[in-house]
Ligand binder design. Sequence first.
Ligand SMILES: *Cc1c(COP(=O)(O)O)cnc(C)c1O
Length: 405
Amino acid sequence: MTVYLDNNATTRVDPAVVKAMLPFLTDQFGNPSSAHGFGAFAGAALAKARRQLQALIGAEFDDEITFTSGGTESDNAAILSALEVMPCRTEIVTSAVEHPAVLTLCAHLEETRRAKVHRIPVDRHGRLNVDAYRAALTPNVAVVSIMWANNETGTIFPVAKLAELAKEVGAIFHTDAVQAVGKLSIDLKSTAIDMLSLSSHKFHGPKGVGALFVKRGVPFQPLIKGGHQESDRRAGTENTPGIVGLGVAAELALKSMDDETARIKWLRDTLENGLVQRVPNSVVNGDPLERLPNTANIAFEDIEGGHGILHLLDREGVVCSSGSACTSGSAEPSHVLRAMKMPHGAVRFSFARDNGQGDVDRVLEVLPSIVERLRHAHSSGSNGWSAEDLQGIPGLSGGRTGVHS
Ligand SMILES: *Cc1c(COP(=O)(O)O)cnc(C)c1O
């Protein structure tokens, strides 16, 4: 059986969510915008989902929620809208550790629109440099986009306070809350946050659906232009089954949050403490205090990148993620770990409500010896390893120096 500990990448769709979606994939296929009663049934389902999500994020009004295709679209729509409604301002403030959905867009805007982008640095615990943030805030800033919680380390940024500072210079404040929604208690009506992105598949809903919160009164220009769906904020026939699923997932997240947060944090802490005890020279990355309850990011000295560990864990049926730039197969730490000046790649374990004590036990059983074997291979070439053992492990399959020397 697979031990799934990669819940920051995506989560299992809850069976109750699937059940709620099914009618809208079969008999109830009406177009929510149609004038007849058959379409109106789907329209009512969208309205219900909007209220379910409204409750999860503490939005004051349901019309502050626009359904989108997911976190990436919401991030793009928010930042591009802010630039459009503030034509006299050309600067963007963001952090060095945002998701590529924000950082890639910002780099593109820098190139194509000569936007000035301030990427606020973080310290070695991943905490935002608030002095640098304050210094970047001027009346030239159109939009601030700072994530609520980091997907790799779980570090939580003080977004409510950051939003208030942004308001002082009249900038629009957006937060990528994809990792926070469903894990942290959120009450948007009591904050100065103007826009917030979220994604259903990070909290046991289906993929390809998410939402953008836009506070009432904040001017908005749609990214996707066309028909009048979503109150003219996002054209295109709504993904009714997906949105219904998102709504039920939101309701389940809200209902289980109190109990699950404590249980999941306990599992995470048991794993972290167990590993630090059993594996010499291992460190927990991220803010020790302000951190998502479900995320453990652990670096092991003398092991370049987390890829070797990842592959060997995979063979033992344990699925997690590495804090390395996986695209190139290199051992180079990710942009997040580099921003924290962490020289080692790391392994990320992220929990959710499907996980139990057995999952933690399994990792504690197999990981210490994997690290020991990799360290041994690292310090003595590939002694004791057959070619087959090393096959497909980036940085090891070509011997110690590998192809990236
Ligand atoms: C997963 C994720 C996204 C992207 O969301 P999609 O719905 O997959 O597009 C954006 N930001 C963060 C922090 C994420 O973890």
